[in-house]
Design a protein around this ligand. Structure first.
Ligand SMILES: [Mg+2]
Length: 178
């Protein structure tokens, strides 16, 4: 069974440009490549799960979204990192669609497509809706340097809070050693 780190995209792996639609405008956040290499070396694999309400709003074209993910995969491959799959939820905020975080549908889809050990897997993101989606899928979650205050969230707190992607790695690795 795979142990997987489910990763939010915008604000976690790349700068959140708010409705990113240009496949040439991807800017990676500090420590992402190094951190993912460390996790890879610890036996983790990666799946990206991203809410994309910009699609139904007409602000993001689906072909561009797919090209963005292709470009990301190319860049990750240069660093020896493979992304198993990208799932995106092209649904409006108010839809409460099962795929849209905080619902766990994208993570569940990953668990259906791949054989995944939920006990050893994580969800990492910069919003409490990411944290909650991980919890609803039966995983532990890490909140990464978000603009929200997790302490005033209606959702249960994350198992770990990190200011940088490299701190995420430390949290996951130290949890494993427990
Ligand atoms: Mg995000």
């Amino acid at each position: 069974m795979k142990k997987v780190v489910f990763l939010d995209r915008d604000g976690t792996l790349i700068i959140d440009k708010i409705y990113l639609n240009d496949p040439e405008d991807i800017v990676y956040l500090p420590g992402v490549f190094e951190g993912m290499q460390s996790l890879r070396d610890q036996g983790f694999e990666f799946i990206v799960v991203t809410n994309q309400s910009g699609i139904p709003r007409g602000l993001v074209q689906e072909e561009n979204l797919l090209q963005i993910h292709k470009n990301m995969s190319k860049e990750f491959a240069k660093h020896g990192i493979e992304i198993l799959q990208y799932y995106y939820a092209p649904h409006l905020v108010e839809s409460n669609h099962p795929l849209r975080k905080p619902n766990p549908g994208m993570i569940e889809a990953g668990c259906e497509e791949f054989s995944i050990d939920r006990n050893q897997s994580w969800m990492v993101g910069d919003r409490m809706t990411d944290v909650e989606a991980g919890h609803r899928a039966g995983m532990k979650s890490i909140f990464l340097h978000g603009s929200e205050d997790p302490n005033v969230s209606k959702y249960d707190p994350p198992e770990g809070m990190a200011d940088t992607f490299l701190e995420v790695v430390d949290l996951i690795v130290s949890w494993q050693d427990k």
